[in-house]
Every structure is written in structure tokens, then in C-alpha cells.
Design a protein around this ligand. Structure first.
Ligand SMILES: *Cc1c(COP(=O)(O)O)cnc(C)c1O
Length: 234
């Protein structure tokens, strides 16, 4: 069976994003599609870029670093969406645009230090555990206020919102409440907005559940396999 092309897949995902926005009275312009290119070759990213896709997400710091160094295309934006390793932040800080997976103060401090050295500001999202499964990374909701208060002192990190990973399920309706929880968690912390804290982005939704995530307020969907095909690992 022939696989459909990256270009066709992107067009289909964008159409589904539009439909989910229509259904929930939102504007498609308020939802950024992040193409999750982990494990996929540079050629796949370039093909997506030629089709007009500019935002790409990677979940391993080393792979992100390698791809950022070897792919230089105008307007391309890089998102770190996976588990952080403090000792590798220095290798991505000069190029990465967004880091979605900040769950501890120590990562904020390291991003700040490296962003100062690189003389740039990095956009960050705080990853919150919404699934209740403890193997999923992300801070507990109770810890969020402390992390945000800590972030207020930073000059080169902008906190733009929250990121969450829903429980893995075949039926996206099962995780609607988890997405709604991330939204209400953001709303209940917006009193901290000011300076470098501007909570307005919600990074939630993947290939299997992005439509429900959009209905619940997602502004950044992280879609991998529905664009690039299935992966053997990662
Ligand atoms: C892999 C990954 C995705 C994309 O997953 P798909 O199911 O392939 O769309 C999204 N977010 C994170 C954090 C990931 O690691």
C-alpha cells in the first residue's frame, strides 16, 4: 500500500484542525501545528518545510541539536518537547525557539544561564502532569505556583503557557477531562501574569487526540505519526 505523502498528510491535518476550530467557535490561526519529526530523517523535515510547515518538534536533546545544526531553512522554528537533561541544555540554547517540557526550577535556571550566554530569550512552557500517571513527566499541579514564582526573577526565559500529555488511549473522548484540566490549571494561575510570565499557550494534543484537545482550548498541537508515518521507536 502506497503511503500518502507528507504534503498530503499536512493538508489533511490542517483541514482537521480547521474543522475542530469551527466546531468549537475558534479561529484556526490560534492553533499552531508542530510537526513532531523525532526519529525521522532530515529529508522528511525539508519536505514538510517545502510544503509550508515551519514548526518542528523533537523529544531528544541530542537529535534536536543535530537537526538544528544540519537544517538551516529560513523561518524554521524548533521546539524541544521531550524529557530535559540539564547537562545538554547548553547545546540547544543558541537555536531552540520553544522548550515545552520544563517541569523543575533547576531546568529554568539552566535555560536562563545558557540563554544569557547566547544573548537571546527562550520561550518556555511548564509541563504539568495531567494524566495522574506518575511515569509521565511533568510537575504536579500543586508545584506550579512555586515554579512560576521562581520564574519571575528570570530575564531571558519567557513563560508562555503550559504543556500536558494525556493518558494514552484509543478513544480521545476518554482524555477530554485531562485537557480541560490543563486549561483550568492555566486559567487559575493567570493571576501571576506580568513581565516574563504570560500564560496563554496550551500545548496539548497529538496525532490520536488533537481534535478533542483543540475543542478544549489547545493552541499548540504536537503531531508526529499522522504527518510522517509510524515510528519504530520514540
Ligand atoms: C512523539 C510525541 C508527540 C507526537 O506523537 P504522535 O502520536 O506521533 O503524534 C507529541 N508530543 C510528545 C511529547 C512526543 O514525544
Amino acid at each position: 500500500m502506497a503511503e500518502s505523502s507528507i504534503r498530503e498528510n499536512l493538508a489533511e491535518i490542517k483541514e482537521r484542525i480547521r474543522a475542530a476550530c469551527n466546531k468549537s467557535g475558534r479561529s484556526p490561526e490560534d492553533v499552531t501545528l508542530i510537526a513532531v519529526s523525532k526519529t525521522k530523517p532530515n529529508d522528511a523535515i525539508i519536505e514538510a518545510c517545502i510544503a509550508g510547515q515551519l514548526h518542528f518538534g523533537e523529544n531528544r536533546m541530542q537529535e534536536l541539536q543535530d537537526k538544528m545544526e544540519s537544517i538551516e531553512l529560513p523561518g524554521i522554528k524548533w521546539h524541544m518537547i521531550g524529557t530535559m537533561q540539564s547537562n545538554k541544555i547548553k547545546y540547544i540554547a543558541d537555536r531552540v525557539d520553544w522548550i515545552h517540557s520544563v517541569s523543575k526550577k533547576k531546568y529554568l535556571d539552566e535555560i536562563e544561564k545558557r540563554a544569557v550566554s547566547a544573548d537571546r530569550t527562550i520561550n518556555a512552557l511548564i509541563q504539568v502532569n495531567i494524566s495522574g500517571e506518575d511515569q509521565k513527566s511533568g510537575c504536579e499541579i500543586d508545584a506550579l505556583e512555586g515554579i512560576l514564582t521562581h520564574a519571575k526573577d528570570l530575564s531571558h526565559v519567557k513563560i508562555c503557557g503550559l504543556m500536558g500529555m494525556a493518558t494514552f488511549t484509543d478513544n480521545p473522548e476518554d482524555v477530554r477531562e485531562e485537557f480541560a484540566l490543563l486549561r483550568t490549571t492555566m486559567e487559575s494561575h493567570q493571576y501571576l501574569n506580568g513581565g516574563n510570565i504570560q500564560l496563554e499557550e496550551l500545548s496539548m494534543g497529538m496525532s490520536g487526540d488533537f481534535e478533542v484537545a483543540i475543542e478544549e482550548g489547545s493552541t499548540m498541537v504536537r503531531v508526529g505519526s499522522a504527518i510522517f508515518g509510524s515510528r519504530n521507536y520514540g
